[in-house]
Design a protein around this ligand. Structure first.
Ligand SMILES: C[S@@+](CC[C@H](N)C(=O)[O-])C[C@H]1O[C@@H](n2cnc3c(N)ncnc32)[C@H](O)[C@@H]1O
Length: 275
């Protein structure tokens, strides 16, 4: 895997997806984000870092929870996501929320500078998940806590064919590590490997509901991580890729709509006091 290329695919892909992201994904990701925030148990006055924050679906709730006596710093690799999140924060008058374009692999923050680190549905895209989780550990204060959510096992995510369908048409891997953390105990081991203690992991089953094939294709192709490759498809390639994707989720079709199964994994850990 060419890490630099992968980061470009993510950065510019999410730039393209940003305008469509909330329409397609806000409702579908809510169960994982709600569990992540419950695990985080944020208190007024805390200092929180939200990594790969996207448009701010988690960040804005974190900012409400810590209040103006606290602070939330959000980071994301995509400039368009950063702009969207800044606009969303300004609209809510959240002066204690700041946003920076930054890669999760290398955080530009001093050691021990946050009470809580969050990462909702972001670790599947980073080029070195272990390094990113180590960075989360580094920037946490001793006694601080982290919560991360990822998509679960490939076999339990009915939409997983989206990646090979796109990759066959661009001659490169679009999200090579996407399911790496979702299977077995991989997320637990990654947290423990970075030094986290009191690690707890929960799997939740979910269903992605789409009113019709257009909505299912919009979410999979335009609203997510394959958006850069997709933007370069010509019309016949778009039609062919849509047809192939819909065939891959045909078993989950109910009339015009689709109910595609999925799975999330949410994990929490603590940086022990004195470490
Ligand atoms: C599925 S979205 C999740 C956004 C948000 N956390 C949420 O729960 O709605 C994934 C985000 O990860 C960001 N991302 C991808 N690779 C990244 C990296 N290497 N470093 C930082 N952010 C990254 C993308 O730009 C995108 O905004």
């Amino acid at each position: 895997m060419d890490a630099k290329l992968q980061r470009r695919v993510q950065r510019y892909g999410w730039d393209k997806a940003a305008a469509h992201y909330e329409r397609y994904w806000a409702r579908q990701l809510e169960p994982a984000q709600a569990l992540l925030l419950k695990y985080a148990a944020l208190s007024p006055g805390e200092r929180v870092l939200d990594i790969a924050a996207g448009s701010g679906l988690v960040t804005l709730k974190a900012a409400d929870a810590v209040g103006p006596a606290g602070a939330v710093v959000a980071t994301d690799i995509s400039e368009q996501m950063v702009d969207l999140l800044r606009a969303n924060a300004a609209e809510r008058g959240h002066a204690h929320l700041t946003v920076e374009r930054m890669e999760a692999e290398q955080l530009r923050f001093p050691d021990a500078s946050f009470d809580v680190v969050l990462c909702a549905l972001g670790l599947m895209y980073v080029t070195d998940p272990a390094a990113s989780v180590s960075e989360m550990f580094r920037v946490l204060k001793p006694g601080g806590r982290m919560v991360a959510a990822v998509w679960g096992a490939r076999a339990d995510c009915g939409w997983a064919e989206i990646f090979p369908i796109v990759e066959r048409r661009v001659a490169s891997e679009v999200c090579p590590l996407f399911f790496q953390l979702g299977g077995g105990d991989a997320l637990r081991w990654t947290l423990e490997g970075a030094g986290f203690t009191d690690v707890a992991v929960e799997r939740i089953s979910t269903t992605l509901d789409y009113a019709d094939g257009d909505e299912a294709c919009g979410a999979a192709f335009a609203g997510g991580p394959v958006a850069l490759a997709y933007a370069r498809f010509d019309e016949p390639t778009v039609a062919e890729a849509h047809a192939e994707y819909l065939a891959s989720i045909e078993a989950h079709r109910h009339g015009a709509g689709y109910a595609v199964p999925g799975e999330f994994v949410v994990a929490r850990g603590r940086r022990a006091a004195g470490r």
